[in-house]
Ligand binder design. Structure first.
Ligand SMILES: [Zn+2]
Length: 538
């Protein structure tokens, strides 16, 4: 080896050493004595932006936010809670889905095992590496605890299987009062109330967004109490979710379901930092562990969210606008709002992407034809994501006939041909349950019929979400089948159609609990959009 090569290698080694040291020093500077994880089931990154959340907004202004953190596939609860609190992906921890049970012979073996044979959570790691640290957990969904070694918590408050609304709100209230009296080093709160609201009312509904606002208010109480005690400089609060949601559910592959928010507030978090990198849900657990100075085993692939502590730039948080009504037919005027003070809203009605040269929103407006409204918020030189809403004018002659059959005993899609007189019948604007007021009903079936108007020869792809089962027919041909039911995943189907009218029929049945029917279409490979009343004729 030549001397100069030796010199180069030596200097590389020194640089590497300095880098390690710097990393260690920086981590040191980021650590705090207390971490709180507030997880809201099913609260998507978009939900946080759309809902009125003055407290979250203040935490974002004074902390960091990521709107592009992804949960793992599929977008349901168990494997995502586990990924969050183990700082590891599914393939390592082995909780594959919501039907996962401990000690099932079918299970994927966890890559590491704790005392009770499960993949360790960060709570296990904290317990081992920081034996003096106190940890409290408040878990609203009892099923979640089957994945964790709850013995490591100093207290683990689990709520009964079907708590009422008061009890649900009490989870957060109880967590706050316990925290203030005992100030544990780690507190984990997992709230299910948001998921319940999503399934019952739909993620885009006022009722759902007001549930997010309630969580915001309770979080505001916690933060102001901590600030009063001057605890925030030693505490980091991480606000996040297990997965997102769209319409009445989750489990599919849309960005609304994948993207969850991560708000990092307190300690030495950079004020007003908008994180740009795409993170994973297991980075949340890794960050919580890193903040407490807890080391992760090799098998944990979560990364510390360095970006939340990096120097600030000129980007500011601009929530996506909220258009009302959100979709379907606009019976009155259309309004657009934004949950950021001083945000200007711009929109287009011709499908083009809006910017500050587009029409500035000033007051509610109406439309005369089916319209794709694209809107954007602008604040301090920064844009929000673009909101896309498909709306059509209210129709005077609803195009879809329906026949409703109640007291259906079958637990699958029934044979409609054997039914006699329906219990109710009439016309609605769309293949949907919205206008029928059946939100609290169970055991019914509906036969919807209309005609699809096809403007030119084209290939139509349909995406149908149904809970419970449904079949979609065009020209008597079964195009989409979701008859096996109990699924919130969309079913897809395609058909080539010639210009003209095509009889379209949807059979739907509801067994129990949540119900939903949503149909979207894509013509010749274009983006999926909701089917609207003007696509249909009596
Ligand atoms: Zn969930």
């Amino acid at each position: 080896m030549t001397t100069s090569l030796k010199k180069i290698l030596k200097s590389i080694a020194i640089i590497a050493f300095i880098a390690t040291l710097a990393d260690g020093c920086r981590k040191q500077a980021q650590t705090v004595s207390h971490v709180i994880i507030l997880g809201f089931d099913s609260m998507s990154a978009r939900d946080v932006q759309r809902a009125r959340t003055p407290n979250f907004n203040r935490m974002i202004e004074n902390g960091a936010v990521s709107l592009h953190t992804r949960c793992v596939r599929e977008t349901t609860s168990s494997q995502n809670w586990m990924s969050m609190v183990s700082a590891a992906p599914i393939e390592m921890h082995g909780v594959l889905n919501n039907s996962w049970k401990k000690d099932d012979a079918q299970n994927l073996m966890p890559a590491l095992r704790n005392r009770i044979g499960l993949f360790p959570t960060i709570f296990n790691l904290i317990h081992e590496q920081k034996p003096d640290y106190r940890q409290h957990a408040f878990i609203e969904w009892a099923g979640e605890t089957r994945m964790y070694d709850t013995e490591v918590f100093d207290s683990c408050c689990v709520f009964r299987e079907d708590p009422d609304l008061h009890e649900k709100m009490d989870v957060m209230k109880k967590a706050i009062s316990t925290y203030l009296s005992d100030r544990p080093e780690m507190m984990f709160v997992s709230m299910d109330i948001t998921d319940h609201a999503g399934h019952t009312f739909g993620h885009e509904s006022d009722q759902y967004l007001s549930t997010v606002s309630q969580m915001d208010s309770l979080t505001g109480i916690l933060v102001s109490e901590l600030e009063k005690r001057d605890w925030m400089k030693n505490t980091v609060i991480l606000i996040t979710a297990d997965h997102g949601g769209i319409g009445f559910g989750h489990g599919g592959d849309t960005m609304e379901e994948y993207e969850i928010p991560v708000i990092v507030f307190g300690g030495r978090t950079t004020k007003g930092k908008v994180m740009k990198r795409t993170n994973m849900i297991y980075d949340v657990g890794a960050t919580a562990a890193g903040l407490l100075g807890v080391k992760l085993p090799w098998e944990c692939r979560g990364k510390f969210l360095e970006e939340a502590f990096e120097s600030a730039d000129s980007d500011v948080y601009v929530p996506i606008p909220l258009v009302r009504p959100f979709s379907g037919s606009a019976k009155g005027t259309i309004s657009i709002a934004d949950d950021a003070e001083g945000a200007e809203i711009y929109y287009t009605l011709d499908g083009s992407n809006p910017d500050t040269n587009s029409t500035q929103y000033a007051m509610p407006f109406s439309i005369k034809a089916p319209t794709c409204i694209k809107s954007i918020a602008f604040r301090k030189g920064c844009y929000s994501d673009v909101a896309v809403n498909y709306l059509s004018p209210a129709c005077t002659d609803p195009p879809v006939s329906y026949k409703l059959y109640t007291n259906i005993s079958e637990r699958q899609l029934p044979d409609f041909t054997k039914f006699g007189k329906p219990d109710a019948a009439g016309y609605v604007e769309n293949f949907s349950l919205e206008e029928l007021g059946l939100a609290n009903e169970d055991h019914f079936a509906i036969l919807f019929s209309s005609n699809l108007i096809v403007e030119k020869d084209a290939t139509y792809a349909f995406e149908m979400k149904s809970d419970d089962g449904a079949n979609l027919y065009i020209d008597g041909e079964l195009v989409v089948s979701n008859a096996s039911a109990h699924s919130r995943k969309p079913a897809l189907g395609k058909i080539r159609l010639s210009k003209g009218r095509h009889p379209m029929k949807v059979e739907f049945y509801e067994d129990t609990k949540v119900q939903d029917l949503t149909i979207r279409c894509s013509i010749d490979g274009e983006e999926f959009r909701p089917l609207i009343n003007s696509d249909l004729d009596k």
